[in-house]
Design a protein. Sequence first.
Length: 369
Amino acid sequence: MKFRINRLKLLNALSKTTKAVSIRSPLPVLTGIKFDLQPDGLILTGSDSDITIQTKIETSDDLVIEQTGGVVLNSRYILEIVRKIDSDEISLEIIDGSLTRISGATSKFDLNGNDVIDYPRIDLSKTGTKVLINAFTLKDVITQTKFAASEKEHKPILTGINFKAANNQLEVTATDSYRLAKKVVPLDDELTFNITIPQKSLDEIAKIIERDDLIEMYVSDRKVLYVFDNNIIQTRLIDGTFPDTNRLIPESFDYELDIDTHYLLNAIDRVSLLNNEQNNIIKLDMSNEKVILSSYMQEIGSVEEILDRSFYKGDSLSISFSSKYATDALRAFNEPKVKILFTGAMKPFIVKDYEKDDLIQLVLPVRTY
């Protein structure tokens, strides 16, 4: 294997594939990136037990191939070498067995590698139900729901994000039992599937999406494959049945608060100044006369803010909730105004865009004494 390549081009590709590599992998070869140099380009692959990321750099002025071949190089070292080497163009060649030389204009590194034969064969075939989705739409869907997934492993199914296709639409839902995020996207085709994808895998996919492309998504029983922009990303699915969350969303509401998104976010930030991570509860007191946001810490003090730029409909209502959950929910909206709908003091409330219904954030209240 011997080739010359633009440093930034290789760095960009390595930055993508190393996202899939776990330094704690029980299989030492999986702590590396597989280099597969073919006549038409360089294919880089990184993988752990959950996710595989493969990206291809095609032969061009930025990539000059002198001899095809392959090697597996430690992901951390090769990434740092390519990041810090002081040269616009670098060359890589195997000089002895798997010993690989990385050379710049004034420096060279000799890095021990592994034979590509030792790297596990990963099936990246395009099988299963094919779904076409806009790249930025998928990125939005992930960022608007991922924070609601559980971080606790005792209920594995809740650490993922559920993708359910039916009736020409895709419902994407995440919940940790205390809050819920749900986004609905229209589909051109009539498809049916119900899968749950690890949140961490989707987070890496969102980071890799750079261009407004069309993504091919292949859904099968145990895995899902994404193909876009010379990248192939495959992730395992989480076993189990995702809970039916539609029954948690109230169908009618007795109270409504209409408010500017950033205005409320800033107010929550100020009211939370005296709170800490263990106690981040804030209180909303609403009536037709005024709306007050407040918090109280016995050891520190209290804070109160009148939300004079809001519109409230309904009888008087007081409700307490986590400032973090409310902030996460509000940040998911790209629009300037939201409406918050309530059914009672101890019942879940939902946050929606003022004009659209495609994104719903649900938060459970907290009992205070």
